[in-house]
Ligand binder design. Structure first.
Ligand code: ADP
Length: 259
């Protein structure tokens, strides 16, 4: 649990930032960015000061999800001034490129871009900096663990075997880099029909909970497939910000309270 301030490996602390929380997944498309955005908003609604660092270099989705666009400016000391949306301080690789453009970078470019986003941004005073990682176990994940004092990582998976297989790899990477794992979240866990309330397990159900139990890790919660969650994310006002009273928002608040 995120009780004590994060440890301080050599130069990894960002001045003013208490906890860096990484949101990771083994596979793409499991809802990692959706979880990162809504978790950040849930932490904020608990009264915390929260930033979001969108490090998903290949598919930065936070500008769209949080409805924040523009190009950050630099101050006289060449520090980048982050943007703001829904009360969150936001920095994204997406601010540096046009929407629809691809990032065709080799490892060293990725490493320098992430290092800059961590240490050359005026993050200000934050209780949590939520980092939306790209899927998988590559240069960005390694760089984060080497250049930042990460308090803990949350791993998002869908319930089916193939996604869990990749989630296991992400967990193994965090073990190897000495990053504490805060727990697993099962997204797209069930589908509740809005017409008849029938519950269908489209991708299976309970796989992430079982995996967490097997590995002795906390299970942080399950989030059903939900049309509003998708539509509101796509429209730049995630469900925790725009429908705070909904069941899905409540689930995000419960997960945030477990961190
Ligand atoms: P990732 O970051 O893992 O690639 P995203 O967060 O971009 O995944 O989600 C992929 C798509 O699935 C998005 O369109 C998103 O709105 C949608 N999505 C994510 N979680 C849910 C959910 N619980 N219910 C419905 N749609 C979801």
């Amino acid at each position: 649990p995120l009780r004590a301030p994060s440890p301080a490996p050599s130069g990894g602390r960002i001045p003013g930032v208490r906890h860096i929380v990484a949101v990771a997944s083994g596979k793409g498309g499991v809802g990692k960015s959706t979880v990162a955005a809504n978790l950040a908003l849930a932490l904020k609604s608990q009264g915390a000061r929260v930033g979001v660092l969108d490090a998903d270099v290949y598919g930065p989705s936070q500008p769209r999800m949080l409805g924040v666009t523009g190009r950050p400016e630099s101050d006289a000391e060449k520090m980048i001034l982050p943007l703001h949306g829904h009360g969150l301080t936001v920095m994204s690789m997406g601010f540096m490129i046009e929407e629809g453009q691809s990032v065709v970078w080799r490892g060293p470019m990725l490493i320098s871009a992430l290092t800059q986003m961590l240490h050359q941004v005026r993050w200000g005073t934050l209780d949590y900096l939520v980092v939306d990682l790209p899927p998988g176990t590559g240069d960005v994940q390694l760089t984060l663990s080497q250049k930042a004092a990460v308090s803990g990582a949350v791993v998002v998976s869908t319930p089916q075997d193939i996604a869990l297989l990749d989630a296991r790899k992400a967990l193994d990477m965090f073990r190897k880099t000495g990053t504490p794992v805060l727990g697993l979240i099962e997204n797209m866990s069930t589908y509740i029909c809005p017409n008849c309330a029938h519950e269908a397990h489209i991708f299976g159900h309970g796989g992430a909970r079982d995996e967490a139990a097997r590995l002795g890790l906390p299970f942080l919660g399950e989030l059903p497939l939900d049309l509003d969650t998708r539509m509101l994310s796509d429209s730049g006002a995630p469900i925790v910000a725009s429908r705070p009273g909904s069941d899905q928002a409540r689930r995000f608040l419960e997960i945030a309270a477990r961190l």
